[in-house]
Design a protein around this ligand. Sequence first.
Ligand SMILES: [Zn+2]
Length: 468
Amino acid sequence: MIKHDAHLECFIKECRSQYEDLLAQVVEIPSISSDPAHATDMRKMGTAAVHILKSFGAEARLVETSGYPAVSGGWFVGNHYPTVTIYNHLDVQPADEPEWRHSPFTFQKESDRYRGRGTTDDKGPALTALFAARYVIDNKLPLNIRFLWELEEEIGSPNFAELLTQPELVPRSDSVLVSDTIWVAKQRPAIPCGLRGLLVARMILQTGTTDVHSGLTGGGARNPLAELCEIANACVEAKTGHVKIPGFYDKVLKPSPEEVKGFLDSGFQVNRFKQAYQLRSLRTDNREELMQRIWAEPTFEVHGLAGGHIGPGVKTIVPASGELKVSMRLVPNQRPDKILTLLRRFVKGLNPNVQVVSDGKLEPFRGVSTGPYAEALVRSVRSGFGKVPVLVREGGSIGAVDHLDRSWNVPILFMGLSLPEHGYHAPNEYFDWGQASGGIRTFVHYFQELAQMGKQAAMKKKAKRSAR
Ligand SMILES: [Zn+2]
């Protein structure tokens, strides 16, 4: 059995230098999944992770997919014990922003801070969960713990479904804990219980074969870029963000009153949000409305309009073709397939020559916010960080979650350790020991709660059997 907290505190203190060594080791592998030039680093990352798990006494292996492999491993301590899977990813965003003050793939320790690409997203949190697991396994907790470390999260998990078709290598568990999200503010732990989905599309219009002189053809030649601007304008009210595609909002599930309360208690501040993302002005400065907008409402964004002359100055041509690049963030219960149909129908009615190409989609996700798992997690975070967490929603998307949900149909909960100031997907990314040590405490407590839930379930079963 787990001994009292002093024992855990001692473990946390003692494991710190090993934690830092391992974090340095994994951060210095530039596992940029979006860049084919790093293909060998991806495999190196996977192999290193398998090695780390094995050095902790866990069973571990690489599981191949059509893309990069994933790492699957853990401890199986008993048939009749519950099993939890911890999900993290070990691939990272590119790090070519000019604002980096040091080499992004050289690990730097500055007292409590650990700098480098991938420290907070998501290598630091992955190792945090691993140390917590080792602690409870060493203390003979009746719980099976599995790790699933993906290497394609930053590219939208295109092959994640393949992993779940290999149950002998990636076995189904009784619950999942995803550790890849950001708190709203440092002073308040946040548990997301919903993720936005995504629908990416390109709208292509070709009206000629080559760019032509606007003096010779202008007035008669169609202008594909102007026509695509008209499409964008028809889809979204630019200043408010209101989406005008008919039926777009039909299935939107509004946040519950408890969720709204969580938003309000989250520590979110309009000014800090503006500063963090260096936004000069917003669509609204109303705190509650802003939180609703970024977490619980769908969007339509124009990411780019390609075609014509984009060099310096103006070139007086009529372009031959154009491509409008858009995406929509979706919320529970919008379905990307349905929204794509609505978009196609709408665009066809506006301009039958515009071709709509779908470039990927992720289902929105509604997580567990009530019941024994959610309650256990809230207690664990409170004991880990000494603060009551708030339930929020996450504006981003995690591709693996939808696959896990559909294939395993088990409770999926989220416990992220990243802070807004950590530079998530941004230059000068870092993680810190405060979040790591609080995270170890939280995970240990949560594992203990899961084991306890398993014991109670077993007792109930036994009582039922003897009553018969
Ligand atoms: Zn991440």
